[in-house]
Design a protein around this ligand. Structure first.
Ligand SMILES: [Zn+2]
Length: 76
């Protein structure tokens, strides 16, 4: 009974409405960056801002910024 938070770690499904940028901003996160020490989520703006440092230290970047313009999941 230790589950306080439901973890949603489906591959490439992180960019949900619940995902928030870890740069202390309220924007929805669209880039998942994996570091050896853990993972961070960034919105498009902050990923751009920190891209050089991120790419230097990360071993994997999952970029879902193409989904930024998706207004609705149900619209084709
Ligand atoms: Zn941000």
């Amino acid at each position: 009974m230790q589950d306080t938070m439901e973890k949603t770690t489906a591959s490439s499904g992180f960019a949900s409405k619940q995902s928030r940028c870890d740069a202390k901003c309220p924007a929805q996160a669209f880039v998942l960056v994996k570091f050896l020490t853990g993972e961070l989520l960034f919105c498009g703006h902050h990923f751009d801002k920190y891209e050089a440092a991120i790419l230097k230290d990360s071993y994997e970047v999952i970029d879902e910024r193409h989904r930024i313009n998706e207004k609705s999941e149900s619209s084709a």
